[in-house]
Design a protein around this ligand. Structure first.
Ligand code: FEO
Length: 396
């Protein structure tokens, strides 16, 4: 048995990265990441679909050489040219100089810009097909998922969608490739983190792409990151559709900054009141400690959000400000948001957070509990009322 064999004509030839600490030099990788690529064997020709990053080029090319010990692949199809999938292309081309590189016009422009490659190219249009003999690969343009050149490749005879980053997740593969041969638990939670960090800003384009691929019969989804989806395909599709629409589960994320612990008291009391009210999914994050990717993933998942910030230099506490910027960049919507804070001599944080959220497609809750220096009874009353209002909003 070859664990990398997906079907008789498709074999996994990607690589795992367990040493990169930050994806895009931003997002932590506690379980690593895989750069997936796939080898398609036709009766007349062969194709590689997507490559790997430059740091793993040698391993990626070794996998191809094992599959084709006496010949060269005919095509490299680039569904997505972000360097985590294209950094290996110069080395691949130097080993296989006659390989034909297939992509759309935007891909070719970036291929030239990133790597200076301009020869042996095949520029395709939306809906074009290449014929490998008994295999037909059709190209489906899905722009802005999450780069402008992104497309998918559909293997018609095998009903396989090579989906680029869509349906992807963080987490290196641990032996097996296809979901039915592994424990997939971490990959679904890592899909929240991956989507929230990398793709969320482009949710409307993800939705358009899903409308376009919805009529296709699909036995497998082969993404560029994480497991090949087969048995659990409906679950990852449902999760991705929910994320792209900002649909949410009942639960509350409390993201707070605190310099001396006073603001922490608001967060803890809010959590306690929400739990008293029967809300089971509550996630408290001290924004100075929890990696932002984990907070964003929880915000992507749950309906309620409470942002709590001290006033710092007459502004929002910087890590809270960074989180607020991140969620606004991603076009947050369909969330119930509470705001709370603290100050010592001049209150600014609450007002500034609320003003940045005004006009956004979210529900801003009242009141806005605030403490001056330390917790007093009036703040306690506001905490109780905000928790009650959050509970009502979650039940709407
Ligand atoms: Fe996995 Fe957008 O690159």
């Amino acid at each position: 048995m070859n664990i990398n064999r997906i079907t008789d004509r498709v074999t996994y030839c990607g690589v795992n990265d367990r040493t990169k600490s930050l994806f895009e030099n931003l997002w932590e990788l506690p379980y690593g990441v895989s750069y997936n690529s796939y080898f398609v064997q036709g009766t007349n020709a062969t194709a590689i679909i997507d490559a790997s990053d430059s740091g793993h080029a040698a391993g990626f090319i070794d996998h191809i050489a094992e599959l084709l010990p006496d010949s060269a692949p005919d095509y490299l199809i680039i569904n997505h040219i972000e360097p985590d999938h294209s950094g290996a292309i110069p080395m691949l081309k130097s080993k296989y100089p006659n390989i034909k590189i297939v992509g759309n016009a935007k891909t070719m422009d970036m291929l030239k810009g990133f790597y200076g490659i301009e020869d042996n190219l095949m520029t395709v249009a939306d809906g074009d097909t290449i014929d490998l003999g008994d295999c037909h690969l059709r190209f489906i343009f899905t722009p802005m998922v999450h780069w402008p050149e992104t497309m998918m490749t559909y293997f018609e005879e095998e009903r396989i969608l090579f989906s680029g980053d869509a349906f992807g997740c963080f987490g290196a593969l641990n032996g097996a490739v296809v979901d039915k041969q592994m424990d997939t638990e971490i990959y679904f939670s890592e899909a929240y983190r991956y989507y929230a960090c990398i793709v969320a800003k482009y949710g409307q384009f993800v939705g358009k792409a899903f409308d376009k691929i919805a009529p296709l019969p699909m036995d497998y989804i082969c993404s560029t990151h994480g497991p090949v989806w087969h048995e659990q395909k409906p679950k990852i599709i449902e999760q991705y559709i929910k994320m792209s629409n900002w649909e949410a589960e009942k639960g509350v994320v409390i993201a707070y900054g605190s310099m001396y612990g006073n603001t922490t008291v608001i967060a803890e009391r809010l959590a306690s009141k929400l739990a008293d009210a029967g809300i089971k999914s509550i996630r408290l994050h001290d924004v100075s400690y929890t990696p932002q990717s984990r907070i964003l993933a929880d915000i992507m998942r749950f309906k309620g959000l409470i942002l709590i910030s001290p006033t710092y230099n007459a502004e929002i506490f910087p890590p809270v400000e960074s989180l607020l910027t991140a969620i606004l960049e991603r076009g947050i919507k369909n969330r119930a948001i509470g705001v709370a804070g603290s100050y010592t001599w001049g209150s600014q944080a609450i007002r500034k957070i609320a003003s940045r959220l005004e006009g956004k497609p979210v529900t801003l809750l009242q009141p806005t509990p605030q403490l001056k220096q330390a917790l007093h009874m009036s703040t306690n009353d506001d905490i109780e009322l905000l928790a009650a209002n959050m509970k009502s909003e979650l039940e709407n």
